[in-house]
Write a protein of this length. Structure first.
Length: 210
C-alpha cells in the first residue's frame, strides 16, 4: 500500500501498519495460502483503552476474534475513502495475533509487550552510540537518535551511528552509513507546538481523560 509505515491518525485504536511485501522481494508469496497470498500487513495497536467503531469496547476487553474484527474494520474505514477500494473482506485470507496478548487476566486482555513512549525531556539523558571507552559502542533503541522513540527504526539508526563511530575510531576510509533527519508532516506542526506550550504550562494533554 505504501513504502514504509502507514499511520491511521484518527483511528480509535491508534493503528499503524506496514506492508511486509516490500522487504521480502525474493520470497514468492504466491507459494503460500494455496497461491492466493499477495501481501502481508503487520498492524500495531497503540490504544487499548478506547472503544472501537465496530465492537464498541476497548481492545483490552475483547476476545482475539473481536480484536481482529475491529482492526480490520478500522483499516477499511481509513483506506477505502474517496471512492478508492483498497481492501475488502475477500482480501483477508488469514490473521495472527501476537501470543504476548494473553486472555483473560481475569477479565481483560494482558499485553506482555506494552508500547513504550519516551517521557518528555528524556532524550538528553540517553547515551550516544559512541562512549568514552574507545572500544565500546552502543546500538539499541535507547541510544540517542533522531528517532526519539523506542522502536526498531531508532535501533536501526543507533546501529548506523555505531558503525560510523567504529569507522572513525579505526581510521577506516569506508563510506559512512547514512543518517537522516526525522521528518514530520508540516500539518502536525501547530498541534505539536500547542502540546509543547501546554506541557510548559504544566497542563495535561488536551485530549487526556479527566
Amino acid at each position: 500500500m505504501a513504502h514504509g509505515h502507514t499511520l491511521y491518525a484518527d483511528s480509535p485504536w491508534a493503528l499503524t501498519s506496514i506492508s511486509q511485501k516490500q522487504f521480502w522481494r525474493d520470497v514468492p508469496l504466491s507459494n503460500f495460502g494455496g497461491g492466493k497470498v499477495g501481501g502481508l500487513l503487520s498492524v500495531d495497536i497503540s490504544e487499548w483503552e478506547a472503544p472501537g467503531i465496530l465492537v464498541r469496547k476497548p481492545a483490552m476487553q475483547c476476545t482475539a476474534e473481536e480484536i481482529k474484527d475491529e482492526v480490520w474494520a478500522e483499516l477499511k474505514v481509513h483506506l477505502n475513502v474517496g471512492g478508492a477500494h483498497v481492501i475488502d473482506d475477500s482480501n483477508l485470507l488469514g490473521w495472527f495475533l501476537d501470543p504476548d496478548i494473553q486472555f483473560p487476566n481475569p477479565s481483560a486482555v494482558t499485553n506482555m509487550e506494552p508500547l513504550l513512549v519516551n517521557t518528555a525531556g528524556s532524550l538528553k539523558y540517553r547515551p550516544d552510540a559512541f562512549t568514552q571507552l574507545p572500544n565500546l559502542f552502543l546500538a539499541s533503541d535507547y541510544v540517542k537518535t533522531n528517532t526519539d522513540l523506542a522502536c526498531m527504526e531508532s535501533a536501526n539508526e543507533a546501529a548506523r551511528r555505531a558503525v560510523n563511530a567504529i569507522l572513525r575510531s579505526s581510521g577506516s576510509k569506508a563510506k559512512p552509513a547514512d543518517i537522516w533527519q526525522f521528518w514530520e508532516p508540516p500539518a502536525f506542526a501547530p498541534l505539536i507546538e500547542f502540546d509543547r506550550l501546554r506541557f510548559k504550562l504544566g497542563l495535561g494533554h488536551s485530549l487526556m481523560r479527566l
